[in-house]
Design a protein around this ligand. Structure first.
Ligand code: ZN
Length: 284
C-alpha cells in the first residue's frame, strides 16, 4: 500500500501545542493562542490540538477563532486520569473534559489512563476499573458526538501514568468496552519499539485509530517525559509506523507532539514551526 504523499502538502499536518511548550510555567515562549493559530495558518498547517489548561472557559471562542483562520481543532488533550492514585474520585472532571471538547468543536478527546489503582498490584485490576470508567465516559461522550482515543504509553510510564502499555492492550480494551466512539491514539514515542505493531494493526479488522502523534525517539534520551526528539532526529522508523497506521485505514491528521524542555521549548516558536513543517514533508 502506498503511503499518502506529504512531500508537497500540509493538509494532514496538525500542531499539538505541547510542541511549543503549551504555556507550561517556565517553558516555551508563552505565545497567546491567537498568535499560535495565525502562525500555523501562515504555514498551511491544517489543524491544532490543544491542552485543557490553555482553554479555560474560552472553548467556544477559541474553536471559532481556529475555524476563522481556516484550520480545524483536531483534538483535545486530555481527560484527567481515570485510574491510579492521582485519578479524581469521580468522573465529573472527565465529563467536563468531554464538554470542553464539544465546545471547542473537535471530534476527538484523548485519554491517558492513569496508573495502577491504589491497593492493587500489576495491571489487570486497574484495566478492569479502567474498562468500567471508560464505558461510562464513552456513553456520555456519544451524546455529544465526541470520540475517545485511548493512548497506550511506553511501558516506562507504568506505575503512575498508565495501565495500558501496548497498542494490542488498548485494542483489547476497546473490544471489551465495545463502544463505537472508542478507539486508540498511536504515538511514535510510545510505540516505536513495538516490533509487533504492523501485525497487531493488520489484525484489527476495522479502523479503530482516532489519532496519530509524531515525534522521534532520541538514541540517548535524557528525560523520559520531556526529551522527545523532532522527527528525523532519532531512531524511530517513521515511515514504517505510518505504513502500519495507514494500512489499518487511518486517513486523519498527523499531529506533531514534541515535549522537549531543553531543546525545542527553548527555541523561537517560528523556527520550531518552520522546521516541523520541513520534517513532516521530508522524513515522516
Ligand atoms: Zn501523544
Amino acid at each position: 500500500m502506498a503511503l499518502r504523499d506529504f512531500s508537497q502538502s500540509t493538509q494532514a499536518l496538525a500542531l499539538n501545542t505541547a510542541t511549543l511548550g503549551h504555556n507550561l510555567d517556565g517553558y516555551g515562549a508563552g505565545w497567546p493562542i491567537e498568535k499560535v493559530i495565525d502562525a500555523c495558518a501562515r504555514r498551511g498547517i491544517a489543524g491544532i490540538v490543544f491542552w485543557r489548561r490553555e482553554i479555560g472557559t474560552q472553548a467556544i471562542a477559541i474553536g471559532e477563532r481556529v475555524r476563522a483562520a481556516g484550520l480545524r481543532v483536531v483534538g483535545l488533550c486530555r481527560t484527567p486520569y481515570l485510574t491510579g492514585a492521582e485519578a479524581p474520585a469521580t468522573l465529573d472532571e472527565a465529563y467536563a473534559s468531554v464538554e470542553m471538547a464539544a465546545a471547542l468543536g473537535t471530534e476527538t478527546l484523548t485519554i491517558v489512563t492513569g496508573g495502577t489503582e491504589p491497593g492493587t498490584k500489576g495491571v489487570k485490576e486497574s484495566q478492569s476499573v479502567l474498562a468500567d470508567r471508560v464505558q461510562r465516559l464513552a456513553e456520555f461522550a456519544a451524546t455529544m458526538d465526541i470520540k475517545l482515543a485511548l493512548e497506550p504509553l511506553n511501558p516506562m510510564f507504568g506505575g503512575n501514568r498508565t495501565c495500558l502499555f501496548t497498542v494490542a492492550e488498548a485494542l483489547d480494551l476497546c473490544d471489551r468496552v465495545g463502544a463505537p466512539n472508542l478507539g486508540i491514539a498511536i504515538d511514535v514515542y510510545h510505540v516505536w519499539w513495538d516490533s509487533s505493531l504492523t501485525e497487531v494493526l493488520a489484525n484489527t479488522g476495522h479502523n479503530r485509530i482516532f489519532g496519530y502523534h509524531l515525534c522521534d525517539w532520541l538514541e540517548s534520551t535524557q528525560d523520559m517525559l520531556l526529551d522527545r526528539g523532532m522527527m528525523g532526529d532519532g531512531v524511530a522508523d517513521l515511515k514504517a509506523i505510518r505504513r502500519a497506521v495507514e494500512g489499518a485505514g487511518y486517513e486523519g491528521e498527523c499531529e506533531v507532539e514534541v515535549f522537549s524542555a531543553h531543546n525545542w521549548w527553548q527555541r523561537d516558536p517560528d523556527q520550531v514551526l518552520d522546521i516541523l513543517v520541513e520534517r513532516f514533508q521530508t522524513v515522516c
